[in-house]
Structure formats: C-alpha cells, structure tokens
Design a protein around this ligand. Structure first.
Ligand SMILES: [Zn+2]
Length: 72
C-alpha cells in the first residue's frame, strides 16, 4: 500500500503502462524505441508477448517493460 502523501507523485502509475504509453505517444511525449537484442534464454523472456514501446519486439509485454517504466 502506498502512503497517502506518495499518492500524488505516483498518480501516473495508477494507470496501466500500455494505456499510458498510448496516450503519451499520441501527444508526442514519448515514442517507440528500436527493439534491442533480446536474449530468448533470458529470465522472464516470453516469446508470445509483445512490447509496443520496443516497436512490437517479442519477449515481454508493454506492461512489463522496464525501459518504458524508466522512461515514464
Ligand atoms: Zn519493452
């Protein structure tokens, strides 16, 4: 649980990253980045998941993209 005083600065994170990314991309705050080389044997690699932020690269979904979380 977040403390109430932390709620304001964390307000962006109440939204799913995928939907937040759609909004930010629409207003050109953020754009897709080229897909980096993902190691298929890496821990957490999910071949059936795609990341919109990584230009549709497979390996993880948009909500699990640490790069996107860092960018937002
Ligand atoms: Zn990603």
């Amino acid at each position: 649980m977040l403390k109430s005083r932390d709620r304001k600065e964390n307000s962006l994170h109440w939204e799913r990253h995928s939907s937040l990314f759609q909004k930010l991309r629409k207003i050109r705050v953020i754009g897709s980045i080229p897909p980096h080389r993902l190691n298929p044997t890496a821990l957490g690699f999910q071949a059936n998941e795609r990341c919109e932020y990584h230009s549709g690269a497979t390996g993880h979904n948009t909500d699990n993209c640490w790069t996107l979380k860092g960018a937002i």
